[in-house]
Design a binder for this molecule. Structure first.
Ligand code: GTP
Ligand code: MG
Length: 600
């Protein structure tokens, strides 16, 4: 653990009000720049006949700091006697949202810069709103460019009054207002003689006065799974579940649960990277775990401790506050992508409770869409249940962004889980079945003609358990007995039906949805339709079952059963030979009266 305290601070404000200059000043006046950097940048400006800007220092540092880590906005580091600081420069709403929500930064305090000459602008207000919405309680307002206002107290007081009023309307209590000139260095690290009327602290002293919350560490354990890696050594079957701990701590031997799949296991070893082996790890650490049992976990699941009471909610409906920055408004008809911690899910807007314009706080009820720069309290529904916390319980797993066409279009906080009366999926199926155009032949007639009923048979289980082989042999067996049967390999639709699904090559939800619709059609033809899916989870199977309605599904597990709730129709275990496995499936088909006459 770091002995010295660390603190993340975000700096926001209207364009050109002086954010970068404030950071440049702090870096240079605290002696945090690499040797010769200041002179180098100044010399560069002189040679190009350009006036020197403190903001240039940030550009000069960017290349050095970016090495080895991917950062999309400038993160600057400097120290005081008290602690190490990371200042995050967020040039606009989108960067700000991205940083705050995707975990690039967890700011505990915010500096909000306002130009004394220009006064309070729309973004001064929007950023103030965002800061409050994201739960940053320590806010200090820097009234900058006081040199342009003759260092006058009246200007400072006027802006302070106007902005305080705004902040109080959104329930933010700013800790302090500081009059500064970042460019001239007034009240930055030493009190300025030019503003003798100001009796408060400097910017630097103010930073040291901020209180480190540190509370995430004491909260319940949360570990959003980033990825799983498999050891590649021969015979080594272990998997490492990797990610960053966003709250709490965990030790070897602790029992864990993955959400939303509800799979359980126990921590076997902690695999820290490039550090000595540890038995316990805590908030902020990027680690990997091996588990005592082999379970498959998807990236995006949240690992928690089984013993802890404060568990995330699992739901596909939640109430949230969302700040919309997309050019196109957010509408109900469209499907967006939600990113929460490491999880991704298709999401729809199902209701808007009320919305307001963050720059003037005018509230509108009965709005049909969320326009750019609106803040709306609304209800979202994901296609598949996800795990999350309410923002009041935990920040990192209570925040999300919404992506529209590959771009971040909104960010928000989860207020609470909503119990749903009816899901979008069920509603979709109801509508689909309502307008389903039937031919002149009904299902029983087809069954009589075919000498069997239609059925959707899904084989699932871990990879490489021989599912495909069994599924194909089953198709052949049934075919030879004159049944109408078809085996579909998922690869066959990858470049066909699914060719437009390109999101990281693995948009599982959408693939499952299309497979379900396809199954509905194929089973309607009277077919016994067989397919295999690697490592399907309960929600995948439930979705397929619903989409295939009113027709029936049979779920056969090969290898270890990784479903936690869905009762599989048949568990084959690890079959000794395919003949026995097929006989078991055929017996089940007889039992379920899919086929009646059958001679083995
Ligand atoms: P964006 O990143 O574009 O949003 O701007 P910013 O907020 O980072 O502003 P930046 O620090 O780049 O400053 C914008 C301009 O204001 C620059 O030309 C600065 O030199 C100037 N400026 C910043 N601070 C002061 C100040 O205290 N006094 C005066 N007179 N000019 C300043
Ligand atoms: Mg800037």
């Amino acid at each position: 653990m770091n002995e010295k305290e660390q603190m993340n601070i975000v700096i926001v404000g209207h364009v050109d009000h002086g954010k970068s200059t404030v950071i440049g000043r702090l870096l240079s006046d605290t002696g945090s720049l690499p040797n010769g950097k200041l002179e180098f940048v100044k010399e560069n400006c002189r040679r190009n006949a350009k006036p020197f800007e403190y903001a240039f220092l940030l550009d000069a540092l960017k290349d050095e700091q970016a090495q080895g880590i991917t950062i999309d906005t400038c993160r600057c580091f400097f120290k005081t006697g008290k602690r190490d600081y990371i200042i995050i420069d967020a040039p606009g709403h989108i960067e700000f949202l991205k940083n705050m929500i995707t975990g690039a930064a967890r700011a505990e305090a915010a500096l909000l810069v306002i130009d004394a000459n220009e006064g309070v602008k729309e973004n001064s207000k929007r950023h103030g709103y965002l800061v409050s919405m994201l739960g940053i309680k320590q806010v200090v307002v820097l009234i900058n460019k006081m040199d342009l206002a003759g260092y006058g107290e009246e200007t400072f007081n006027r802006i302070k009054k106007e902005y305080s009023e705004f902040l109080s309307r959104i329930n933010v209590k700013s800790i302090n207002f500081i009059p500064i000139s970042a460019r001239e260095g007034d009240n930055m690290i030493a009190l300025s003689e030019k503003m003798p009327w100001y009796k408060g602290v400097t910017v630097l002293s103010q930073l040291d006065l901020f209180v480190n919350e540190k509370s995430e560490e004491l909260k319940a354990f949360r570990f959003p799974v980033q990825d799983t890696y498999k050891f590649t050594n021969e015979g080594d079957e272990r998997r490492i579940v990797a990610g960053t701990i966003v709250a709490g701590s965990i030790s070897e031997g602790d029992e864990v649960v993955f959400l939303p799949s509800l799979k359980k296991s126990r921590i076997k070893t902690i695999e820290a990277f490039n550090t000595p082996k540890k038995k316990t790890v805590c908030t902020g650490e990027a680690v990997g775990f091996t588990l005592e049992t082999q379970i498959y976990t998807r990236p995006g699941e949240i690992m928690i401790k089984a013993a802890e009471k404060e568990q995330p909610k699992i739901s596909n409906r939640f109430k949230a506050n969302v700040f919309w920055v997309g050019r196109a408004p957010m509408i109900k008809e469209k499907t967006y992508k939600l990113k929460l911690a490491t999880g991704r899910a298709a999401v729809k807007l199902v209701g808007i409770n009320h919305s307001l314009d963050a720059s003037d706080l005018s509230t509108v009820n009965n709005k049909k869409q969320i326009d750019r720069h609106d803040v709306a309290e609304c209800v979202f529904e994901t296609m598949k249940p996800i795990a999350f916390d309410s923002i009041s319980d935990l920040k990192t797993t209570g925040r999300f962004v919404i992506v529209d066409n590959y771009e971040i279009a909104g960010g928000g906080i989860v207020l609470e889980s909503v119990t749903q009366e009816d899901s979008i999926l069920k509603e979709h199926i109801r509508q689909r079945e309502n307008i389903w155009e039937k031919g002149l032949i009904n299902p029983p007639e087809r069954a009589v003609k075919n000498s069997h009923k239609s059925k959707f048979i899904v084989f699932t289980g871990m990879k490489d358990t021989g599912k495909k082989n069994i599924a194909k042999l089953l198709e052949k067996e049934l075919f030879e007995k004159n049944f109408n049967v078809y085996y579909l390999g998922m690869a066959n639709i990858e470049l066909g039906l699914d060719s437009d699904i390109k999101v990281e090559g693995k948009d599982i939800e959408e693939r499952i949805r299309r497979l379900g619709e396809l199954a509905r059609i194929l089973t309607d033809t009277g077919l016994i339709f067989i397919t295999t899916i690697d490592e399907a989870d309960d929600y995948d199977i439930e979705t397929l079952k619903l989409l295939n309605e009113p027709n029936d599904i049979i779920v056969v597990i090969v290898g270890e059963n990784s479903l936690t709730r869905y009762p599989a129709d048949l568990e084959l275990g690890t079959p000794d030979d395919s003949k026995t496995a097929i006989n078991k499936v055929v017996s089940l088909l007889k039992e379920k009266e899919v086929i009646v006459e059958y001679y083995l």
